[in-house]
Ligand binder design. Structure first.
Ligand SMILES: *Cc1c(COP(=O)(O)O)cnc(C)c1O
Length: 509
């Protein structure tokens, strides 16, 4: 098998092994690690039909993480996709309303971040061993809700690691806060800060860049690392379920070999849809990748015009970026993002794997807040479609799908569902389509129940969760039952200036 090395999207001088890239997270020049070439599947779909999720995961991940031995990779996979998931299928497909929903929310925190964050701790600790890292890894994370809990659940009690999560004390939903402050584990700490998400994020970035602090910790046997979505160790596990979904449809006779498939993905940081693009390059016959945004539609504007502008919004009729772009809070908060970090990996690729060309565009983004790709790059985007759904359209999709089929989807998934409906109506494309279903509706019960039955949605979250269970005829996930009665284990709140002191106190240095 070909050994694949990794380099920055902005410079290909320095090559790293996969395990080194997993440990490092982000390149020193601010770029993201990319494989020097995108691999191809070396096993047939016929053979994949006989494999379960874990076996499929091995066949896909071994192509990217080539310096991990078979034994190491299988160890990581076995420990990640176990009974933490409430179904052995790991990522089941549900047919409803003319599309297939790929349910990526059966893990510990009932959102798709579990698909990668269940395995990242194992990939990281294995990488630490392979590279003779002597220090214990300390994961620092700032969260606006979902990532923090998924990272906590993934790293809890993983030997050789500690994790500290900072969240804005008054900036997350009650369910999200309860999920975090009840987190068990000897190696975890959750800290609220008096400030917003940006303060938490800035505080964490400062600690990553603090050489004095790094030196002090290293002397005591600790090194910082990141579980952020730009880590290649989060991207690669996400490629698996696109291959798996295609093969399940072949197996069930919904597709014949060679038939094409569309994937529609509710998109924020562009990690999930980029994984679908990698799957296409592996050999999954993809017709269209449909990128769905909410009201924060910077990606829709980009795909429509070739200009990425975080400060200005496109005017639909003139395609000019005349209006100020404002950050909007929506009912699909995990997609409320104006800088889509993982898009850089696609830009690098459509630039013909030209790191200099990509670096120049990223320099424009940082100096002017915008960049424009050239015609050849635009032409390379022809496999993508895009759209966006506002709050009303999203709520209408939840309601109409429920009314027609009884199936309940969450707000993020509904953004994708609505965008797919528009695409299908406009294009007439009837290719079999899989929609990435990224969160359990139970996680956003209030918004979901407001969409379905607004007259009776004025109740607290747990009452609405019971109602949701009744109307959808589904069991309340364990992750929700757990927090209903769980004891609060973390109650520290600090000022942002005190974040380093809190980390040191947790590590007893
Ligand atoms: C993170 C997240 C997304 C967005 O995924 P990206 O990889 O950032 O594009 C969509 N839905 C949910 C529920 C999420 O948690």
């Amino acid at each position: 098998m070909k050994n694949i090395l990794y380099h920055s999207t902005r410079d290909n001088e320095k090559m790293l092994t996969a395990s080194q890239a997993v440990l490092k997270g982000l390149a020193d020049d601010g770029g993201l690690f990319v494989p020097e070439e995108l691999p191809k599947l070396d096993v047939s779909f016929e053979d994949l039909k006989n494999m379960d999720y874990k076996q499929t995961a091995y066949e896909v991940m071994k192509l990217f993480l080539t310096d991990y031995t078979e034994e190491e990779l299988k160890y990581c996979i076995e420990h990640a996709y176990d009974s933490k998931f409430d179904t052995e299928e790991i990522a089941p497909l549900v047919s409803a309303g003319g599309a297939y929903y790929l349910e990526l929310f059966h893990g510990a925190t009932i959102a798709f971040k579990d698909m990668a964050l269940s395995i990242l701790p194992y990939l990281m600790t294995t990488a630490a061993k392979k590279n003779d890292l002597k220090e214990e890894i300390v994961i620092l994370t700032a969260t606006s809700g979902d990532t923090g809990k998924a990272a906590l659940a993934g790293f809890a009690d993983v030997p050789g690691t500690r994790i500290v999560v900072f969240y804005p004390k008054n900036g997350v939903s009650p369910v999200q806060e309860k999920q975090m402050v009840t987190q068990k584990g000897q190696n975890v700490r959750v800290i609220g800060i008096t400030g917003n998400f940006d303060d938490a994020q800035t505080g964490v970035k400062k600690m990553f860049g603090d050489e004095e602090l790094a030196k002090e910790l290293k002397a005591k046997g600790f090194v910082f690392s990141s579980a952020n979505s730009i880590n290649i160790g989060r991207l690669v596990p996400q490629v698996v379920y696109y291959v798996y979904a295609y093969v399940q449809l072949l197996k069930n006779g919904k597709l014949s070999e060679g038939d094409k498939i569309n994937f529609t993905v509710p998109t924020g940081n562009f990690g999930n849809i980029l994984a679908a693009y990698y799957a296409k390059n592996l050999g999954v016959p993809v017709n269209k990748l449909i990128c769905a945004s909410n009201t924060n539609r910077v990606l829709y504007d980009f795909f429509s015009t070739g200009t990425y502008d975080k400060n200005h919004e496109m005017e639909e009729s003139s395609k000019a970026f005349t209006n100020e772009r404002k950050f909007m809070l929506t009912g699909s908060p995990s997609m409320d993002i104006l800088i889509s970090s993982n898009l850089e990996r696609l830009i690098y690729f459509i630039a013909g794997a030209d790191t200099g060309k990509n670096a120049a565009l990223m320099a424009d983004l940082s100096s002017k807040g915008a960049y424009t790709i050239d015609e050849s790059m635009k032409a390379a985007l022809d496999g993508f479609e895009s759209g966006y759904a506002d709050e009303k359209k999203t709520a209408d999709k939840i309601k109409s799908l429920y009314d027609e089929t009884g199936y309940v989807i969450d707000t993020h998934t509904a953004v994708a569902g609505a965008v797919y409906d528009d695409y299908k109506a406009a294009s007439g494309d009837d290719t079999v389509t899989v929609i990435a279903s990224t969160a359990s509706p139970y996680k956003f019960a209030k918004t979901v129940m407001t969409a379905i039955d607004p007259a009776n949605a004025n109740e607290d979250d747990f009452k609405l969760i019971d109602k949701l269970s009744e109307i959808s005829n589904t069991e309340i996930p364990q992750a929700i039952e757990d927090i209903r009665s769980a004891a609060v284990l973390h109650d520290i709140v600090c000022d942002k200036e005190d974040m380093p002191a809190q980390v040191k106190s947790f590590l007893a240095v």
